[in-house]
Design a binder for this molecule. Sequence first.
Ligand code: CP
Length: 307
Amino acid sequence: MLKGRHLIDPMDFSLDEFEEIFQLANQIIECPQEFSHLCQGKLLATLFYEPSTRTRFSFEAAMLRLGGSVLGFSEPNSSSVAKGESVADTIRTVACYADIAVMRHPKEGAPKVASIYSTIPVINAGDGGHHHPTQTLTDLLTIKSIKNSLENHVIGICGDLKFGRTVHSLIKALSRYKNNKFVLISPKELKIPEYIKKEILQKNNIDFIESETMEEVMDKIDILYMTRIQRERFFSEEEYLRLKDSYILDVDKMKKAKEDMIVLHPLPRVNEIAYEVDEDHRACYFDQAKYGMYVRMALIAKLLGVR
Ligand code: CP
């Protein structure tokens, strides 16, 4: 039963509950007009303490396409956050007006704090370098739709594996499905955190290798998940400038990849995928952005318990 629940961490839902959401998302994709009044009279609050295009717009589009309404801020200084209001007081107040809330925050754990004080469902839309569970739902629905299964894949994850919240959530989620293996590609400064290796990969006997180059592993990968080197997570601009172009996926590298490999990216991209790759049939990152809206439609409907 998903009604009334929060989504803070990808482990908050069981695999059966993920499946329930994917099934509804697929029904919406097949016949969106049947769902266009599902959330009539319901209000979604979007509380974005950090910039966003896809997550905020796809949540807003999702609620509007379900017949509901949206309020919120994309710039916290336009709200009483600028006067020093706490996350706890903000969510208590928002819960007086809205039926469900989505929060993005630069501090790890802020949406969790909100969920403790909230009387309405809270969805984590990304907290610092920690988690981004609705990006994970997006990624899983994309993989399932294109590859027909969430099992038996070699998943290459490339870029900022240290600070990348989409990466941490995706590894956590895909490790729960059978026989997935990981190829983790990053500079040594941006390697996957030890806690992910120990508590998720090693603890569950998941096969993984680490590499500092793309070229030597391209031919092994079924799903290549590219990520941006995130300027905003660096303490030193000099360090960012040194690492920012560590990996650039281009047509030459795509020639080394399997013919049925798919390329995903949570976006935004900066330099890490050359625009020429967009024309390749294996480039699926804009399809992925669209699946994000459908899976968020399904998630909103499930958490609100509307039928
Ligand atoms: N993928 C993602 O979270 O994109 P935005 O930062 O644009 O929301």
